[in-house]
Design a protein around this ligand. Structure first.
Ligand SMILES: [Zn+2]
Length: 381
């Protein structure tokens, strides 16, 4: 069949033979099929979960934060750094950023935590500026805990004081005596699970401040911050510098300073993510059983990695990135497992993997249909 040249004198755009009605129908049908196929592929594709960061610019609205005789507002500086940090993180498509505030508004401390918890965030970062009656300077990053000294308590008290601006604070925070961080954390140790990750994140930020920006490193500290207490994820609070220091205050209020601080924290988030995060889509991939695999119906095998009095977040980042981590409580101890399968061959592979990663005393345990532990030897016979 001879094809008409494209763009011939009669401006026919179709290069092929003229189409009859049936040909059109067939083409249309093929198109629909191709579309359906593409859609199908889309839904089957494993889209990796994003790493979710909640950025909390301290203070705002009727709460300007700490005073500075130079006229700087902590709430403004914190917001600008938080927005710049978010912009930096959002360049990475594997990150998802949520803000507790993007404008100059008042947000109660409890609401900030609620926003982070609703977002099911992987990390919570609260941004603040410090103040002191001396010319103190430098950066410090806090994780929730008992204040080690009076100075940490002073910082926590100042950040917690915003509670008194909230309506009904006496009922909302009835369980807190904010002048005593012990009372804040004594009745609930939720954050304990996330302490290790929080300290890791805090250290990465402080290291970056010191190495990349030559800032004075006032170290990672612990104190009873109400805002950190509200979240159920690794959470930190960064005091980015002193607005009461002549030089540092100027730096914090400058666009250049804010951008540099934001970039430095963003770099720390990227490092943290690379150390702790495995997209769930990856961890839930269960290799297909080979025909030669030994499957024991009605039994669940797990590899017991550790037993400890410490309550850890049952996530791969706490267990050298081993997947499918679960936790149970038995006789006052927390037991940590990797794997959840009735495939005995597969669990043996997981055991070798765990041993190779340093869990040299790991072993296989088996559970019956009612989740009751049964001796392995009995199950295998
Ligand atoms: Zn503050």
């Amino acid at each position: 069949m001879r094809l008409k040249p494209l763009f011939s004198s009669n401006l026919t755009l179709w290069a092929g033979p003229r189409l009859g009605g049936n040909t059109l129908l067939v083409l249309l049908f093929l198109c629909v099929c191709a579309f359906a196929k593409a859609k199908d592929d889309d839904t089957n594709a494993q889209t990796p979960r994003k790493f979710k960061v909640v950025l909390d610019a301290g203070h705002g609205g009727s709460d300007p934060g700490k005073p500075s005789k130079f006229g700087y507002r902590e709430s403004d500086i914190a917001l600008k750094i938080a927005l710049a940090l978010g912009k930096e993180l959002e360049k990475d498509p594997s990150m998802e950023v949520t803000y507790t505030r993007k404008t100059d508004v008042f947000i109660p401390l409890k609401k900030r935590g609620a926003i982070a918890n609703a977002a099911k965030a992987d990390l919570f970062i609260s941004i603040h500026c410090n103040a002191h009656h001396t010319q103190a300077y430098g950066t410090e990053t806090y994780v929730l805990g008992l204040h080690a000294n009076e100075e940490n308590l002073r910082v926590a008290k100042a950040e917690n004081a915003v509670i008194f601006l909230e309506e009904d604070y006496e009922t909302t925070y009835a369980d807190y005596n904010i002048n005593s961080p012990e009372s804040i954390i004594a009745f609930d140790v939720m954050q304990e699970e996330y302490l290790e990750q929080s300290i890791l994140m805090a250290s990465l930020i402080q290291d970056n401040f010191r190495k990349k920006l030559k800032r004075k490193d006032r170290s990672v500290k612990q104190a009873g911050f109400v805002v950190l207490h509200q979240t159920v994820m690794p959470s930190i609070l960064v005091e980015t510098g002193f607005i009461t220091n002549v030089k540092e205050g100027k730096y914090l209020a400058s666009k250049k300073g804010q951008q540099a601080i934001a970039k430095t924290i963003a770099d720390a988030v990227v490092t943290y993510k690379s150390k702790v995060f495995i997209p769930e889509a990856e961890t839930q991939l269960i290799p297909k059983a080979n025909t030669t695999d030994k499957i024991v119906a009605g039994v669940t095998f797990k590899v017991q990695l550790a037993a400890s009095s410490r309550k850890l977040d049952p996530k791969p980042y706490n267990f050298k990135k081993l997947p499918e981590i679960s936790r149970s409580r038995e006789g006052g101890l927390y037991k940590y497992y990797s794997g959840n399968t009735s495939n005995y061959t597969a669990i043996k592979r997981r055991l070798s993997e765990a041993k190779a990663k340093g869990y040299t005393t790991a072993y296989i345990v088996s559970f019956d249909k009612n989740d009751i532990k049964v001796p392995l030897a009995k199950v295998l016979n």
